[in-house]
Design a binder for this molecule. Structure first.
Ligand code: ATP
Ligand code: MG
Length: 432
């Protein structure tokens, strides 16, 4: 019997995993400059943590959850996103306490699970890198946090970025707008798609981001949420756009962008890629916004919040679409060519000594002919090859060869064991 991985999942193998590590390291490096530290939450959570935060009428909760009853009859779910778990951890660990710096900034990276129809850039287990910031109502936090995502992409060399923003206003603004939207959509009820018919009363804002072509035409003339913002909310949004301008960051406002998750208010944003490699298609690679009520919703004190999540898979696809090569270092420092079975144990001692000095070492394990072993050394891009045969073993030395130039030296085993770094660097220094 041969098994296959579950649909919508991927094995990330050596050769590819280096690209993952590269973007993860970029994120860690960038986020550190914002004094933002990592949180790791469990892969599964109580179902209610997600359903309460994300909202029962969202696609995530209504159709995409990997939820199940565990053996103790607890309703749990694999996490479909990172914000709800981090907010849960923020409340549970009382990170709102005065001993913690405010705003409290944290990031996460790891797998998320959604039961979706797998297609290009859409998986059932996928990976997000996200940031959450708690405790600041300053619009500078919105802009700073958006910049964390933008700087991450810039650091990777991604250029074709579009930053799209909108404001959902306060809870009250949204309530007024909701009614205005229902009033506008109701006369068109019969023309709406089945999904939008269902959403009209549950979650009318979602009709705005319907992908259905007829819905799109109807929505074209829908009232704009920006006309329903209170003076305060409008002033807040103006500060956000002013600060983006102060930083000379181009942005677009899309008053129809609403985001799928229920917990947002005020500023929301998406970063899209229109890289030529996507062939005219525009892909959302990052999304986020302000969620001022969420900490309270999960039992904490009233605390403003702002965050985003970006897809790791979509970052890799974007790199490819922009033709950016991820530098993958694929070399070993030393290859030990061991000739004759008697050298087996000494070859083991050699690679271990080299590794203890912090170098990458590999050796032959199959007692192959000298030619085959040197072929391996070349294939592995070895800088030096150390040859030990039965004669060398008896004399207590090895032949060390610089692969690129062919320059060779004879080195005492004792010198290697006492200081491989010195031996290695002396050979490299003698070249050129
Ligand atoms: P979409 O409209 O594409 O379904 P979403 O609104 O569900 O996106 P979010 O929940 O905001 O997406 O997640 C943020 C980011 O995570 C997305 O911009 C995308 O890069 C990534 N993402 C979301 N769902 C998936 C998935 N199933 N597979 C791969 N990446 C995903
Ligand atoms: Mg989705």
């Amino acid at each position: 019997m041969r098994y296959q991985k579950p649909k919508g999942t991927a094995d990330i193998l050596p050769g590819t995993v280096e690209k993952w590590q590269y973007i993860e390291e970029a994120a860690r490096r960038i986020f550190k400059t914002y004094d933002c530290h990592e949180t790791r939450t469990p892969i599964f959570e109580h179902y209610e943590v997600i359903s309460r935060s994300v909202g029962g009428t969202t696609d995530i909760v209504s159709k995409e959850m990997y939820d199940f009853k565990d053996k103790g009859d607890r309703h749990v779910t694999l996490r479909p996103e990172g914000t709800a778990p981090v907010v849960r951890a923020f409340v549970e660990n009382k990170l709102f306490g005065p001993e913690f710096q405010k705003p409290y900034k944290t990031y996460y990276m790891g797998p998320m699970f959604r039961y979706e129809r797998p297609q290009a850039g859409r998986f059932r287990q996928f990976h997000q890198i996200g940031v959450e910031v708690f405790g600041s109502s300053n619009p500078a936090t919105d802009v700073e946090t958006i910049m964390m995502a933008m700087s991450f992409y810039k650091d990777l060399g991604i250029k074709h970025l579009r930053l799209v923003i909108n404001s959902l206003g306060s809870k009250e603004d949204r309530q007024t707008y909701r009614q205005a939207l229902i009033d506008y959509l109701e006369p068109h009820f019969e023309e709406l798609s089945e999904d939008s018919k269902k959403r009209l009363h549950d979650n009318p804002l979602r009709v705005l981001d319907s992908k259905d072509r007829k819905d799109k035409v109807i929505v074209e003339n829908a009232p704009s949420i920006l006309d329903y913002l209170s003076d305060e909310s409008a002033a807040f949004f103006k500060q956000v756009t002013d600060m983006l301008e102060a930083l000379e960051v181009p942005y677009e406002i899309d008053h129809r962008m609403v985001r799928g998750l229920d917990y947002y208010n005020h500023t929301i944003f998406e970063i899209m890629s229109d890289a030529p490699g996507f062939g005219g298609a525009i892909t959302t690679i990052c999304a986020g916004g302000r969620y001022d009520g969420l900490v309270e919703e999960l039992g904490g004190p009233a605390t403003p919040g702002f965050g985003f999540a970006l897809g790791a898979e979509r970052t890799l696809i974007t790199l490819e679409a922009e033709g950016i090569e991820v530098p993958v270092e694929d070399k070993v420092d030393a290859y030990v060519v061991a000739l004759g079975e008697k050298t087996n144990s000494e070859a083991l001692k050699l690679v271990q000594a080299i590794r203890q000095s912090g170098f990458i070492a590999e050796r032959d394990f199959m007692n192959r002919k000298v030619k085959a072993q040197f072929k391996s050394a070349n294939k592995l891009n070895a800088t030096v090859a150390l040859t030990i045969g039965e004669n060398e073993l008896a004399e207590g030395k090895v032949n060390m060869k610089h692969m690129a130039t062919g320059q060779e030296v004879s080195v005492a085993l004792t010198d290697i064991y006492s200081d491989f770094t010195k031996v290695y660097e002396e050979l490299l220094a003698s070249i050129n």
